[in-house]
Design a protein. Structure first.
Length: 367
């Protein structure tokens, strides 16, 4: 008898048989348990090792960069701080990545619905995608937008300030003699605020000199242009004259205006390259061009020495989704008349300096 019967009056043979079966069962479980433990250790090691590589699971650390971005989380790897949700850029299914524009071989020309459906093909319009198609959208959820986006406009909650307009990427170019020292002091209208600037702009503005090929030398680095983003009021801008056009024509028409205003080919290429990738998807846009008289009421640039020619043009772009916005009706009506490019005249100046600036603005659809 292996285990004596203490509580039950059982035959010793029965107890022996039961004990034998119990030992066999215990041995079997112990054998299996070793395998379970080994498998668990391997899984844990894989999770820890995968924290900085591609997606492996659905928790921080087990999910790589691409996976985490696609799931709209921004957090630290396994064993670190908790996951933090970041603002969802609406709508993700309306992505218009650069491979989806008319020049792409992967999608039919002028297929706006294809671009609006983004990377999903359940709209009854199948199309091919290159193997790298999902990279931008998965890693940067606002990849195809000028910034945090929703309902036809910028999400004001994502940026400092409260003005209803967002001017994205005004680029400032110069032509002049190499070695010319230039100072620019920026004057923003009350309620406007800078969001970003390259090179850094201080309280006294920009201070730099022109180098060869009209590049800008500042703080030990060279730049092709000055750049800034800012938030702006709308009272100084006009929303009466402009034009409405399709997705396929919006970039070419704005580029033609730059050409008519004597922007240089490289400056126009900078414009088209950037906004082909960042123009939000819509079937139709209404464009309201702004020139120096309107722009100065929002952001004035005091340039020393004074340029002999000063060409500034901003485009407010309103996708059809924001037209008639209940809180922005004054600015979201279709143009009443066509906008005609003005003649930019030179002024008397010994500097030989010319300034050209373009920018694209949007309204804040919600805050």
């Amino acid at each position: 008898m292996v285990f004596p019967s203490i509580f039950f009056n059982m035959e010793t043979g029965t107890v022996a048989q039961f004990s034998t079966l119990l030992i066999i069962a215990f041995s079997y479980c112990l054998h299996r348990w070793k395998k379970v433990m080994l498998f668990s250790v391997l899984i844990l090691a894989a999770l820890v090792g995968a924290r900085s590589v591609f997606a492996f699971g659905y928790v921080p650390g087990a999910c790589g960069t691409s996976c985490m971005a696609q799931r709209n989380y921004y957090g630290t790897p396994y064993g670190g701080a908790p996951v933090y949700g970041y603002p969802q850029v609406y709508p993700s299914y309306m992505g218009n990545n650069n491979w989806q524009f008319s020049s792409s071989p992967y999608i039919p020309p002028d297929c706006v619905q294809c671009r609006m459906q983004g990377q999903y093909s359940n709209y009854g319009m199948p199309y091919a995608q290159p193997p790298w198609a999902n990279y931008g959208m998965n890693n940067y959820s606002n990849y195809s937008y000028p910034g945090s986006w929703g309902w036809g406009g910028m999400n004001g909650n994502s940026y400092p300030g409260h003005a209803p307009g967002m001017m994205g990427k005004p680029n400032v170019y110069f032509s002049g003699k190499p070695g010319t020292k230039i100072k620019i002091k920026m004057q923003l209208a009350p309620g406007n605020n800078i969001l970003a600037a390259v090179p850094i702009i201080g309280e006294e503005g920009w201070d730099f000199k022109l180098s060869k090929n009209n590049s800008i030398s500042a703080n030990g680095a060279n730049y092709s242009y000055l750049f800034y983003d800012y938030r702006t009021g709308l009272d100084s801008f006009q929303f009466d004259k402009g034009f409405c056009t399709s997705h396929a024509q919006v970039i070419p028409k704005m580029a033609n205006i730059l050409k008519d205003l004597s922007f240089k080919p490289k400056e126009i290429t900078d414009f088209t390259d950037y906004w082909l990738a960042k123009m939000p998807a819509s079937e139709e846009y209404c464009i309201y061009p702004q020139v120096e008289n309107e722009i100065n009421g929002s952001v004035a640039l005091q340039v020393t020495p004074a340029p002999s020619k000063n060409t500034r043009v901003f485009f407010f772009v309103l996708p059809k989704e924001i037209m008639g916005h209940p809180e922005l009706q004054k600015y979201t009506q279709r143009p009443n008349s066509e906008w005609i490019p003005p003649v930019i005249r030179s002024v008397a100046s010994t500097s030989g300096l010319e300034l050209r600036e373009w920018g694209v603005g949007f309204l804040t659809s919600w805050e």
